[in-house]
Design a protein around this ligand. Structure first.
Ligand code: NAD
Length: 403
């Protein structure tokens, strides 16, 4: 799979030697660990991974997921994507990913803490503020990051907040991390509006979680009309625009956005094909497929979710002329503010939310401009443009290091 991906980019980077592409197909290091944790009074052996793909730009960076479906292949693939994402965002990190095969829904908080600490003990030798800096991912959260930081700090004998990001603010986390992904997507929206001179912009957002809600909130505050939002149970629609605070309040009290008073119900399927200017998939992967791609009417798509468009659907949309801002760029606000968190920890600084937001705007806008420039230069989609930018950045550094 990685081989196919890299083969797509190779023709545009003909001056980069083949061995660089070959190197990117395999991680620098793949570590498999096992450890014992007491679960329901029984000593249980759990398995986990930490895969370090590439670090030419800085410490490996990437989340740790706790899931029964974690596999070495998946973690390996995700570590590669982190190298691409950090390179597109132009933050001084490489790519890594970790995971533990465990179903946290069946564990108590004490057991989750024990798993978190045991996993960090198992990988402590290969992580560290200048080596590899993990973060949250599926079914891990700020509290888990705090336990992990604490365990690592005990091992090295001093407080080491920079070993991990995504911590609670009072434990060294950054202001603005919660809003980062949605806000980054909003800055992309602003860039699209500027570049394509968009007027009377109507937006539909699929997914009303961390990424989707914050995107919708910032966009509405800036005067854009959000006509639809949804969660896993369905969505709400209003031609004149939704009041995002009202929808959020309703979701907080009932568990879902559906049935928010005064708005029409809309299915997730219909939301995707609404006649809007910008469609923002912000829920999950593979929601736009060859089944519905022909019916997508939005001319612009901002991929806040990871991988919301399948390969076939992407080709169909590209042929239709849909402008798609790819996930590696559109949702890179999260990893960018993780970099800010690490930077603040390393330099003993605490930035205000305004500082974080302003710096994020600079990073995301520069990343967007770089991708647009490269896409134009090679006459390719923004997705391919982003991949070219990333592989070129990594390759240039590898060649400098080897030269
Ligand atoms: P979240 O769990 O906070 O929210 C997910 C939302 O999607 C929820 O509202 C849920 O109800 C909804 N949803 C789930 N299945 C759905 C379906 N079939 N149809 C419609 N809605 C559905 O998650 P999040 O952190 O907002 O992440 C959303 C996406 O963004 C994921 O793909 C994630 O990988 C990506 N992402 C998030 C971040 C981040 O910092 N939060 C960073 C990078 C990428």
């Amino acid at each position: 799979m990685l081989k196919d991906f890299l083969a797509q980019i190779k023709p545009y980077l003909s001056n980069i030697p083949s061995y660089v592409f070959e190197k990117l197909e395999t991680p620098d290091r793949a570590v498999e660990v096992s450890f014992i944790v007491k679960i329901q009074e029984r000593e249980t052996v759990l398995k986990g991974y930490r895969i370090q793909h590439n670090n030419v730009h800085g410490p490996y960076k990437g989340g740790i997921r706790f899931s029964p479906f974690v596999s070495k292949e998946e973690v390996n693939y995700l570590a590669f994507w982190m190298s691409i994402k950090t390179a597109v965002a132009n933050v001084p990190f490489g790519g890594g990913k970790g995971g533990v095969i465990v179903d946290t829904k069946k564990l108590t908080q004490e057991e989750i803490e024990a798993v978190s600490r045991a996993y960090i003990r198992a990988i402590a030798d290969i992580i560290g503020p200048t080596k590899d800096v993990p973060a949250p991912d599926m079914y891990t959260n700020p509290q888990i990051m705090k336990w992990m930081m604490d365990e690592y700090s005990k091992i090295v004998g001093k407080p080491t907040p920079a070993v991990i990001t995504g911590k609670p603010i009072k434990s060294g986390g950054s202001q603005g991390r919660i809003e980062a992904t949605g806000l980054g997507g909003f800055y992309i929206l602003e860039s699209l509006v500027r570049d394509y001179n968009l007027k009377d912009v109507k937006i539909a957002v699929q997914g009303f979680g961390n990424a989707g809600y914050h995107f919708a909130k910032f966009a509405q505050e800036a005067g854009f009309t959000i006509v639809a939002v949804s969660d896993s149970q369905g969505g709400v629609y209003s031609e004149n625009g939704l009041d995002i605070d009202k929808v959020k309040e309703y979701k907080t009290s009932t568990g879902s956005v559906i049935n928010t008073p005064d708005y029409q119900h809309i299915s997730n399927k219909d939301l995707l094909t609404l006649n809007v200017t910008v469609l923002v998939p912000a829920a999950k992967e593979d929601v736009i497929t060859e089944e519905n791609a022909a019916n997508i009417r939005a001319r612009y798509i901002i991929e806040l979710a990871n991988g919301p468009i399948t390969l076939d659907a992407d080709t169909m949309l590209e042929q239709k002329g849909t402008v798609i801002v790819p996930d590696v760029l559109a949702n890179s606000g999260g990893v960018t503010v993780s970099y800010f968190e690490w930077y603040q920890n390393m330099h003993n600084e605490v930035w205000s939310k305004d500082t974080v937001f302003n710096k994020l705007k600079d990073y995301i806008t520069n990343a967007y401009n770089g991708v647009v420039h490269t896409a134009k230069e090679h006459d390719v989609s923004l997705r391919k443009g982003a991949y070219i930018v990333a592989v070129k950045r990594i390759a240039d550094k590898m060649l400098t290091n080897n030269g």
